[in-house]
Structures are given as structure tokens and as C-alpha cells.
Design a protein around this ligand. Structure first.
Ligand code: SF4
Length: 262
């Protein structure tokens, strides 16, 4: 994709949503870290349900560490994999108390050393809390980057590197949220809402959804706010996901009311 087209895409996404943010409930950097860590492989809604119960009781590393694994579990029951996450959450809280004076660390190395925190979670914290120009690539961003041609790559890391290398500087801070929202609410996995997409004329995806197919689908349309820092992506499944993102299967096309791939 040429630089002018790339810039035009971000300009439009910015115009449609000048101040994108996360849907995860949080008021402090530590609450955000906890919410993002809990959001791996589960929905924002389930994390928010847990946060609403947990944070009024304990929202600092010391308070959460004091709850202990069994003490924190009842608050996390709406969250997928809550047994493992309870263990990670207590380990994370203890480590922040013991090694970082109770403050969320500001380096990737220290963040990724925390239990339950991977590259994507660290990128989100570095971006949202410390203002670093990081792009955390989740399944939505991976799909949008490949389909549009913004940053084609076979693995989330390859897409991340390409986005970091090519995204215009002025759009870097919010690129993560814009692409995530676009993937979650418009350029969805099953039937992308191409006829209603604000960047359709700039997108290089060769198999755009025709208007009639969209009418038959229940694909969501543009939504302005509310991304979710998502689950740490699995690089191992990247090659297949990249292929799927670029070319829909016959099954997907049948569901969309489009002809078979030949
Ligand atoms: S035109 Fe379609 S494939 Fe391209 S970004 Fe928009 S919704 Fe996605």
C-alpha cells in the first residue's frame, strides 16, 4: 500500500472517531493492567462484570495481593479461565508490590515479567498509560491489517512490525484503537460490512462483501467508540489466520450469499 493511501485511511478513521478508547472499565493504570490481563480469551463484558465487583473491594496491588488466590476467585467467576487468572492476578500484584514499589512498571521487560502479561498486554499498557507508540496486534487488528493491505503479515508480530514501521507518526498513538474498533464492528470476520465501510474505496481487499450479501447478513455497522484490549495473540496460528483474513472460504461466502470460490 502506498503511503498516501495509508495516511488517508487513518485520516478517515480519526475523523470518524477522534478520541478512541477502551471499553474495559478502569480508573487507574493498575486497574487497566488488571482488566487487560483478565480480558485474554474472554469478552470485555465479562471482565467488566468482574471489575465492578472486585475494584470497589480491592483496586491496588497490595489490596489484591492480600485477598489471595482463593479470596479473589469469587470476583472473577464471570471471566473465562478464572482459576488460572486468579493465580496470575495474585502473582502480578505481589510482584508489583515487591519489585516495583506498588506502581505499574513502565518498561516492556518488567511488564512482560509479570504473571499473565504477554507482549500484547504490555503494548497496551505502554501505549495507554505511558504514551509510547506501541501497536498491540489482536485478532481484529491482524484481520484488518491483512485485508486492507495496511500491514500484511503472516504472524501478529509481523503485522505489528509492519504497522510500527509504516504508520504515520501522528496516527501511531491511536492506531491500535482505530483498527481494533474497525475490526470488531465493521470489518468483522464472517461478513465484513464493506458497503457501509468508510474506507472501502481505500481498502485493497479483493473479496469485498457486495451490498446484497450484506443485506442478508447480520453484520454490524460502524460503531464510534469502545475498543477492547484483547487477548494475547498466538503467533503459531498466524499463517492460517493471515490466509483466512485475505480470502474467505466457500462456507463463509455461502453464508454471505456470494458465489463459490473457484
Ligand atoms: S472494505 Fe470491507 S474488507 Fe475493507 S476494511 Fe472495509 S469492511 Fe474491511
Amino acid at each position: 500500500m502506498n503511503p498516501a493511501r495509508r495516511r488517508a485511511i487513518f485520516r478517515r478513521l480519526q475523523a470518524a472517531n477522534p478520541s478512541p478508547t477502551t471499553e474495559l472499565l478502569h480508573e487507574t493504570p493498575f486497574e487497566l493492567l488488571v482488566a487487560v490481563m483478565l480480558s485474554a480469551h474472554t469478552t470485555d463484558k465479562s471482565v467488566n462484570a468482574a471489575s465492578r465487583k472486585l475494584f470497589p473491594v480491592a483496586n491496588t496491588p497490595a489490596a489484591i495481593a492480600k485477598l489471595g488466590i482463593e479470596g479473589v476467585k469469587p470476583y472473577l467467576k464471570t471471566v473465562g479461565l478464572y482459576n488460572t487468572k486468579a493465580k496470575n492476578l495474585i502473582g502480578l500484584a505481589q510482584q508489583i508490590v515487591e519489585q516495583h514499589g506498588g506502581e505499574v512498571p513502565d518498561s516492556r521487560e518488567a511488564l512482560e515479567a509479570l504473571p499473565g502479561v504477554g507482549r500484547k498486554t504490555a503494548s497496551i499498557i505502554l501505549n495507554m498509560v505511558f504514551g509510547q507508540t506501541e501497536v498491540a496486534v489482536d485478532t481484529h487488528i491482524f484481520r484488518v491489517a491483512n485485508r486492507t493491505g495496511l500491514a500484511p503479515g503472516k504472524t501478529p508480530r509481523a503485522v505489528e512490525d509492519e504497522l510500527v514501521a509504516t504508520t504515520p507518526k501522528e496516527y501511531m498513538k491511536d492506531a491500535h484503537h482505530w483498527l481494533l474498533l474497525h475490526g470488531r464492528y465493521v470489518c468483522v470476520a464472517r461478513v465484513p460490512a464493506c458497503p457501509k465501510c468508510i474506507i472501502a474505496d481505500l481498502c485493497e481487499y479483493p473479496n469485498k462483501t457486495p451490498p446484497k450479501a450484506l443485506d442478508k447478513s447480520d453484520a454490524p455497522v460502524v460503531r464510534k467508540v469502545g475498543p477492547r484490549p484483547p487477548a494475547d495473540a498466538k503467533a503459531a496460528s498466524g499463517a492460517k489466520a493471515a490466509h483466512d483474513a485475505r480470502r474467505p472460504t466457500n462456507r463463509k461466502r455461502k453464508r454471505a450469499g456470494v458465489g463459490k470460490l473457484i
